[in-house]
Each structure stands twice: as C-alpha cells, then as structure tokens.
Design a protein around this ligand. Structure first.
Ligand code: MGD
Ligand code: MGD
Ligand code: SF4
Ligand code: MO
Length: 697
C-alpha cells in the first residue's frame, strides 16, 4: 500500500463523534496515526483507539472478496455474482411478500453522503417503509427530547470550548475520560476555575474529580432532575424573566417538581437530599452553566423523558441560548450527528426535515425527481425491524453495524438471523453479523475514500481519500449504486462522494440542518462550518438559540414528563440492576478494536463491576466468574469488585460476542417516543459460577 500524498496527511479519527484531527503517515508496517496539533478540538491529543486506528487499514482479517453462502458456507464470489445474488434476493422477496418485507439497517459510522444515499436507496430502490439505523440505539432519546424542546436537535448547540469556560458543568450519564479522553483538556480547564457535578451510579474517573458526585441509582434521572428543580423553585432560584420571555409549558413542570422534594427523591434515587440542594444552588449561582447528558440518561425505556427532565432544568435556569451556557448531549458515533440528519431512517428526510413538512417533502421529491407520496411512509424502527425478522421482515441489508453484538435480545436475534431468507452485510471485517449473511459485500475503510462527517458540535468535516485501498473491496456508495441499478433504478446514486454531497446540499436547502452552503472547496480551504450553512458565503452557525428557538412560536417548550421508575427496575426475582456501557480500550461491538493487538491485550473479555458487599452475599470473588441472568437470558462474565459502584448496581461492557454477549441479557420495553432499548437498566439476578471451560483466552 502507498500513500497518495508524499508524506504525512491530515484526516480525522474513524471512531467517535469527537472526530479528533489526526495525521496519517507511512510506517514500517503500513500507516501510523498521530494527533493533529493544528486541529482545535483535540489539539494533538488522541485516545488509544485513535492511535491504533491505522492498524485496521492493512489488517490481515480485512474482507477482500465478496462472498455468497452456498450450502450453508460463505464462499468467495465475483462482484457481479455477489451483487446479482444480493439484489436478486431482495427483488424476489419484494415480489413475493411486498416491498415492506425488506429493510435496511444503517449506521452513524457512515459519512453524510452514505447516510443520505442509503435513505434514498431504501425509499426508491427497495421501496420499503422499513429502514432505520444503529443511532436508534445511541442518540435517539436525546434527539427526540431536543426536538420537542427546542425544535432542533444538534447535540451541542454551542462550541466545545464553552465546556472549558463554564463556571458550573453538570454531566449526567457520561463517562468522558473513558469515552472521549481528549475532552480532558476542556474538563481540566473547567476544573481550574469552576465547579462540576456528575450524575452516575459509578464513581468514574471524572466523577471522582468532580465537586459533587450524585451517585443516583440507574433509571432515576427524571426524579433527580425534578428534585433539583424543586430546590430551584423553593429557593426562588429559577430565571423567571427567561421562562416568561423564551419558554412555554412551565406551569405543569412546576407542579410536578413541587412534589419531588429532596428527601422524597433521596429515597428513590439514593442521592442525599443535602447534595441535591447543594447541586441546585451551585447551578443557580453560576454565570455560565452547562448541562450535558450522555447515554446513561438516554438509554432507558423512558430515555426521552429523562433527557427532557434535564432540559427542563436547563430551561428553568435560563441556560439555552445564554452566552457561555446551554444544554447539550455528547453524541457518540463518528458521524452520529450527520447520520441522524440525512434520511437513513424512515421518520425523517434529508436536512433533518420532518415528514409532515410539505415544503420539505416537495423539495426532496424535486431533487430526487419522484412523486412526493413516495417519501412519506413511516416504518418500523431499528429494534422493531430486528424483532420482526421472520414475521414481517424477510430480507435485511446491513451497512455499518454489527447488531448481533450491539442490539438488545441478541440470543433471539441470532435465532432469527439463522433462518432469515436473505441477509446482506457490507463491512470491512468478518463481524458476528457477517457470520449470518447470505451475501457479504466488502467495503473500503475511512482513509481509503472521501466523505464528510459532522462532529458532535454540528461541524462538517471532510475526510480525504489518502490511503491506497487493497484490491477487492468497493466503496459503500458504489455498492449502493450497483445494487440500485440491478433493482431497476439506474443512476439513483451519483458517481462519487462530492456529487452525492452536492445533491445532499440541494436536498437540505432551506431545512433545519441546512448544508447548502457547505462545499468540498470551502472545507478544503479551511472554512470552519457548523450547520445550518444556508449559503456559500454564510459563515456557519456555531451557536444556536441565542435569539429564538426554531419552534412555531420561537419559544422553547418545557415538557411535564412523568417521574416514575420502569417496572423492570425492581422485582423480587430480579432484584439488582445491570447497566451496560463502555471500556476505554474498546469501541462498540468491538469488531475493530478487538482486532487491535494492544487494545485486545489490555482488555480481552467483559469484566463486570460489582460492589464488594453485593459480591459477598453471592460468594462472588474478585477475578472470579459470575452469571448475570435477566428475563431474556444469561451471560457469564468475570467479576471485578469495586466500591466505586452502587451496591445494587452491576456494570458490564458490551464489546464482545459469542459466549460473552452481554446483550443476551439486555432488553425490555422500548422508549415509546425514541424507540430506544433500555441498555442502561435491566433487572437481573446474579450468582457465582466456575470459570468457563475452556477459559476465554
Ligand atoms: N472507549 C469507547 N469510547 C466510545 C465508545 C466506545 O464504545 N468505546 N462509543 C462511542 C459512542 S457510539 C457513544 S454513544 C459514546 C457513549 O459515551 P458515554 O455516554 O460516556 O458512555 P456509556 O459507557 O455508555 O455510559 C456513560 C455512563 O452512564 C452511566 N450510567 C449508567 N446508567 C445510568 C443512569 O441510569 N443514569 C445516569 N445518570 N448514568 C448512568 C454509566 O455508569 C457510565 O459511566 O461513547 C463514544 N466513545
Ligand atoms: N448493551 C449495550 N448495547 C449497546 C450500547 C450500550 O451502551 N449497551 N450502546 C449502543 C450504541 S450507543 C451504539 S452507537 C451501538 C453501536 O453498535 P454497532 O452498530 O454494532 O456499531 P459498530 O460496532 O461500530 O459496528 C459497525 C460495523 O460496521 C463496520 N463499519 C464501520 N464503518 C463502516 C463503513 O463506513 N461502511 C461499512 N460498510 N461498514 C462499516 C465495522 O467494521 C463494524 O463491523 O451499540 C449499542 N448497543
Ligand atoms: S476520542 Fe474519539 S475521535 Fe478522538 S481519538 Fe478517541 S475515538 Fe478517535
Ligand atoms: Mo453510540
């Protein structure tokens, strides 16, 4: 492999939404990545995932050839054979069972161009109403809450730099020192002059360094947020002028908050009433205060309401739109932001337009040259699509996700995938989901192709093609174009990323997430562009909501969410709560980081964190194995005893498959609005078990 540029070139990390600037240069064995000191977001820092990302480019496990399952075995095939088989299978199912029997499952790892093209493909080549993406498991609750409060969802409606300048920072359900380590420089800066409050059932490294750690039980965020609001109201610390001028709906929220006095909340959240009072006062005193949520708040069957509860708090303090202050959520996947804007899910159109906005529907229909009626069918969401395999869904096209590891109820999903009529997976590694495919289409990796990503601040970034791809794989856009052609829609997908982007610009012109003023030329020229960018001479919009909110009346909306616990949270048979999340060393379903020698050597298997008092009751010892059982099933994992976790809570990372699939245990009812599965709270029982034989090596 050779670099197209002579020496070191600038790009962005392929993993999370921080999209750290990195340089990629030649190394003894392929490429080496290093932090790009000229990129302001990370100023040269990278986490261990970013540092090791170049190892993936020339990795020996790369999928290099298409494959077709014959007599139960995946065998190499030519591209023509594989594309014919892939398209042929979908066409047959559509003919026999109707177009809605086929579905696409996309990803927040895809570039804006791919996310846009995949949505267009699902609507016009598959003709299905059923298409969604893995962001449903990631950002959907925060997105739903922000949309209903502000009329717009851009994870951080203000620049990251504000984090370092805030007098008070409240972070609920986020573990940034493990999940976005380069944020440390903002947090250190903030700590030097301000105060911080962390809400987390675990004493994470950030919680340990915070001014106040509110160690609430999982799933109790709505109660805690109401209790904080109760104190603000009781002590007359709310911003009444802001509430009157810039919001609606406060009275109902106020009524709910008045019931949630701190001593009552203490019983249900486990957070001492005095700490709740102290936190509320701290927030109220701050000139610049920021409230942030992470997946800990959002991945619940009431995740939308939980995020709304913190937004209510931020509104009562008058933060959104105030200089240096605001509410935001830490978007997760590399293109978690752009991935939720451009129509790869059936409930929205490119530019974050809604289906019930006739002007948006007409605009996209015009750009696509189709009748508007073809664009407005709302179908099933991610978990519902997977659940419907074998009943309503018989063909599935996966691009950029590994649901066998990352989706809830994995054991059930594996059973369904074992008998699905037609599964086509595009990936660059043989993931656990690829193992079930009928057709495998090998893709290019980030550095081998060009495309844009939108980071957690809504800033559009261009990743150039800079590495020579190996023989064999093709770009996702080319794959979509070839499949569309075989499905009878030639020229559906424009020939290269920039042409697709130009179409996306037209499709989003005038919309909430307006990209029409972003061009490859501007990005190449160094323009720093946060959407909306409604014209090619527009400077972009790093700060939103300063004057008004993009709602019908220009005001933000309080939402009087219910403050209750899900019944899953506490039962006699399943008395403990399992919450799941991340290790610093591994990324999501692990298909990439588990292939990295150093990261895999550092952490080889899921290790559950258990409080010593709970472990003792069940004879579970440090380094020994424990079985975690829920209504869905069980998983055996190694235990690590730690007093940093609440005594009734167990934490386990979900980065592994096979017998270490934590998502065999996870499941339960979906959030009624966002359709988010409850990854962060699931009722379990635990027991000590012998080490598995043969041991996981
Ligand atoms: N190393 C690494 N980094 C990553 C990723 C990765 O897989 N690995 N993934 C990326 C992606 S896609 C995402 S979405 C982000 C996620 O980033 P984060 O949201 O920071 O990560 P999580 O580990 O899912 O959860 C964060 C915290 O929520 C806490 N928590 C659990 N239940 C609750 C609860 O009910 N309430 C509250 N308040 N807190 C709770 C957990 O103890 C945990 O410390 O990380 C991104 N960065
Ligand atoms: N229990 C539990 N489960 C969870 C979570 C949790 O906290 N707890 N978190 C959830 C969250 S926040 C997320 S984001 C999901 C994510 O979970 P997944 O959707 O499984 O995400 P990845 O592991 O990144 O899988 C991406 C796959 O696509 C491939 N890939 C990456 N980029 C591309 C590309 O550009 N093109 C193609 N064709 N393939 C590509 C990778 O090799 C990999 O196999 O997991 C969710 N699952
Ligand atoms: S923090 Fe995220 S973007 Fe930055 S190096 Fe790590 S994985 Fe990559
Ligand atoms: Mo995520």
């Amino acid at each position: 492999m050779a670099l197209s540029a002579p020496a070191t070139v600038r790009t962005h990390c392929p993993y999370c939404a921080l999209q750290c600037g990195m340089t990629l240069g030649p190394a003894a064995s392929g490429y080496a990545a290093a932090g790009d000191p000229t990129f302001g977001v990370n100023a040269g820092d990278l986490c261990m995932k970013g540092f090791s990302s170049a190892e993936m480019l020339g990795h020996p496990d790369r999928l290099l050839q298409p494959m077709i399952r014959r007599n139960g075995v995946l065998e190499p095939a030519s591209w023509d054979e594989a594309l014919d088989a892939a398209a042929g299978g979908f066409a047959r199912i559509a003919r026999e069972r109707g177009h809605d029997a086929i579905a696409t499952f996309g990803s927040g790892a895809l570039t804006n161009e791919k996310a846009y093209a995949l949505g267009k493909f699902a609507r016009l080549a598959f003709g299905t109403a059923n298409f969604d993406y893995n962001g449903r498991f990631c950002m959907s609750s925060a997105a739903a809450a922000a949309n209903r409060a502000f009329g717009l969802d851009r994870g951080m409606p203000f620049p990251l730099a504000w984090m370092g300048e805030a007098d008070v920072l409240l972070l609920a359900g986020g573990n940034p020192l493990d999940t976005m380590p380069p944020l440390e420089r903002y947090l250190t800066k903030q700590r030097a002059h301000g105060q911080s409050i962390v809400v987390d059932p675990r004493r994470t490294a950030f919680a340990a360094s915070a001014s106040l750690h509110l160690q609430a039980a999982p799933g109790t965020d709505t109660i805690l947020a109401y209790a904080l609001l109760h104190v603000l109201i009781a002590e007359r610390l709310i911003d009444t002028a802001y509430i009157a001028a810039r919001t609606t709906g406060f009275l109902d929220v106020r009524r709910n908050a008045e019931l949630e006095y701190p001593e009552r909340a203490e019983k249900r959240t486990g957070v001492p009433a005095d700490d709740i009072r102290a936190a509320a006062r701290m927030l109220a005193k701050a000139k610049r205060a920021i409230v942030l949520t992470g997946r800990g708040v959002e991945q619940h069957s009431n995740g939308t309401d939980s995020a709304s509860a913190y937004i209510n708090l931020a509104l009562a303090l008058g933060l959104p739109g105030r200089d240096g202050s605001g509410y935001g959520t830490l978007t997760g996947q590399g293109n978690g932001q752009g991935g939720r804007e451009h129509g790869q899910k059936s409930d929205q159109l490119p530019g974050y337009s809604t289906l019930d906005d006739p002007r948006a529907v007409e605009r996209v229909a015009r750009v696509w040259n189709v009748a508007p009626e073809r664009l407005t069918r709302r179908g099933m969401t991610a978990a519902e699509i997977l659940e419907a395999i074998g009943t309503q869904i018989h063909g599935l096209f996966v691009m950029g996700s590994n649901p066998v590891v990352s989706a809830p109820r994995s054991a059930q999903l594996r059973t369904k995938l074992a008998t699905i009529e037609h599964l086509v997976v595009c990936d660059f590694f043989p993931s656990e989901t690829v193992a079930y495919a009928h057709v495998v289409l090998p893709s290019l990796q980030w550095a081998e192709e060009c495309g844009t990503m939108t980071n957690l601040e809504g800033r559009v970034l261009l990743r150039e093609r800079m590495a020579e791809p190996p023989e064999g794989p093709r770009g996702d856009l080319a794959i979509l174009a070839a499949l569309a052609e075989r499905l009878g829609v030639p020229a559906l997908i424009a020939p290269d990323a920039e042409a697709v982007f130009d179409e996306l610009r037209a499709a989003t012109a005038g919309s909430r997430a307006d990209y029409s003023g972003v061009t490859y030329a501007r990005l190449r020229g160094g323009d720093v562009l946060h959407w909306p960018v409604p014209a090619v001479d527009h400077p972009g919009t790093p700060v939103l909501f300063a004057e008004s909110f993009p709602t019908a009346d220009g005001r933000a909306r309080f939402v009087a969410v219910a403050s209750h616990l899900d019944s899953e949270y506490c039962t006699a048979e399943y008395p403990w709560t399992l919450t799941t999340g991340r290790n610093r060393e591994h990324y999501l379903s692990g298909t990439q980081t588990r292939r990295t020698a150093r990261l895999n050597a550092a952490v080889r298997e899921p290790v559950a964190e258990v409080h010593p008092a709970l472990a003792e009751r069940f004879g579970i010892v440090d380094g020994g194995y424990m079985r975690i059982t829920s209504r869905r099933g069980s998983v055996d994992v190694r235990a690590r005893l730690s007093d940093a976790i609440r005594p009734e809570t167990i934490f386990a990372p979900f980065h592994w498959g096979g017998t270490s699939t934590v998502n065999d245990v996870v499941g339960g009812s979906l959030d009624p609005i966002s359709k988010m599965p409850p990854f962060k709270a699931c009722a379990v029982r635990i027991e000590s078990v012998p080490a598995p034989a043969p041991p996981i090596a």
